[in-house]
Write a protein that binds this ligand. Structure first.
Ligand code: NAP
Length: 194
């Protein structure tokens, strides 16, 4: 049975034109040099405390391969000691104890295995997995961090959605570095009369 308290979040950072990576997978544009005087300052202590509230991460294999590349270059592992589930049908290197691979029915995995065990479940990309999560109506909220840059082409935040997904804007924050963070709640079909 699904845990009624569990929340499935999709989170990614994207350019204003909706791309999460260049076509070749590069995310160099995530470093921007904007200044927005009226914005909030990122408080490292707040970020650290917030990350502690996330119980597990889920990602696609291509995002995992990017994370492997970052780690190999000495940039570290972004997912701390939290369980990290990688969706793949391939045999990939398992670089730490917290990483587990999954292949199969995603809805059954999320509702049958993750929701009963974890409260805050974060899908951290990429576009293929984010779209699949929405298509299967598994996501409760979408957190979209928009960076002050247009990159013209790349991998879309939500790849090939086959229908509209209606949302409720729940939170907006703007930061000193020009990033805007949007939090939307996904309006499930049963809620659409609201
Ligand atoms: N800007 C950001 O915040 C952000 C965040 C995350 C990622 N990214 C970027 O996005 C790019 C990757 O995104 P992407 O859309 O190309 O790929 P992705 O979503 O990371 O991975 C897609 C792959 O995951 C596997 N997969 C998907 N659903 C599955 C399921 N239900 N069961 C088993 N396996 C499943 C398949 O690979 P197999 O062939 O292995 O089965 C599929 O090809 C990278 O360049 C990364 O850097 C950016």
């Amino acid at each position: 049975m699904a845990n009624a308290d569990s929340v499935v979040t999709i989170h990614m950072a994207a350019s204003l034109d909706g791309f999460i990576a260049r076509r070749d997978g590069r995310v160099d544009w995530l470093e921007t040099s904007d200044e927005f005087a009226g914005g909030e300052t990122m408080n490292p202590a707040f970020v650290e405390a917030f990350l502690k509230t996330i119980d597990c991460y889920v990602m696609g294999s291509r995002t995992y391969e990017t994370a492997l590349g970052f780690e190999a270059k000495g940039f570290g592992w972004s997912y701390g000691d939290k369980p990290t589930f990688v969706l793949t049908s391939r045999k990939l290197p398992r670089i730490r104890e917290t990483v587990e691979f999954y292949s199969g029915d995603l809805a059954q995995f999320v509702n049958g295995r993750l929701r009963p065990k974890f409260r805050s479940i974060w899908f951290v990309g990429g576009g293929a997995v984010a779209a699949e999560c929405l298509r299967l109506e598994l996501a409760d909220e979408v957190r979209y961090s928009i960076l002050p840059v247009l990159i013209g082409d790349g991998i879309q935040f939500f790849e090939k959605l086959d229908r509209d997904v209606t949302l409720h804007l729940a939170e907006v924050k703007a930061y000193k570095n020009g990033m805007v963070e949007l939090r939307y709640e996904v309006r499930k079909h049963r809620d659409e009369s609201r």
